[in-house]
Ligand binder design. Sequence first.
Ligand code: APR
Length: 233
Amino acid sequence: MREINNIVILTGAGISAESGVATFRGPDGLWEGHRVEDVATPEAFQRDPDLVLKFYDERRAKLQTVEPNAAHKALARLDAEWGGNLLLVTQNVDDLHDRAGSSRLVHMHGDLLNGLCLSCGQRSVITDDFSNRPACPHCGERTIRPDIVWFGEMPYHMDQIELALARCDLFVSIGTSGAVYPAAGFVQTARHYGAQALEMNLDPSDGSLYFHESRMGKAGELVPAWVETLLSY
Ligand code: APR
């Protein structure tokens, strides 16, 4: 195994589960009572904007009631103490990694706190409920949608992520089902360039077979232990 200097970490809804944020693919296949296609596609927004805006307002309100857990905090510690390159790529739209203190962080599927203006294309922090149709701070139009990458849309920061994957020595996936591309394919890209691959998840993900090692359990327990070991070398 080559020496570890450059690390890419991918996180998904499972890392926030112990903070009380619902994962997407629960046993009933619904996300907070909705089919994903009814709330997380551009078509759904076109068809029923009120439903979609209300849905994301509820997710935004929920953020005020949750806190980063031991896994978010351990990754922030790794970010602070790791001397090599590190990129934390989250699919999550909550701000728990940010609040835990991670700074080498990108939100590839957007950010619940932000709105995206359909008139001027600017992204900005929106504090009012989307349902109140707040004005865009840049152009003043009341055409704000959630700054969320919906199904069928291009994730953010892909150039930076692809570059980091090509250079990493270790790729780590935490709390993601491996059901949604392109994130689900990151492990194969990293391995193509020679990285080791480690997965930490409650259940085997769809892509478990691509990892050199899969650790099954709760992120709040597995991640702090992994970070402790990595930093003690
Ligand atoms: N610790 C670790 N893993 C957990 C925990 C936990 N405490 N609880 C649940 N998990 C695992 C589940 O076993 C599951 O494999 O987290 C995974 C969550 O999977 P999903 O709900 O599918 O979430 P995610 O992979 O992040 O979804 C990807 O799909 O809907 C879109 O854009 C949305 O970013 C999202 C993307």
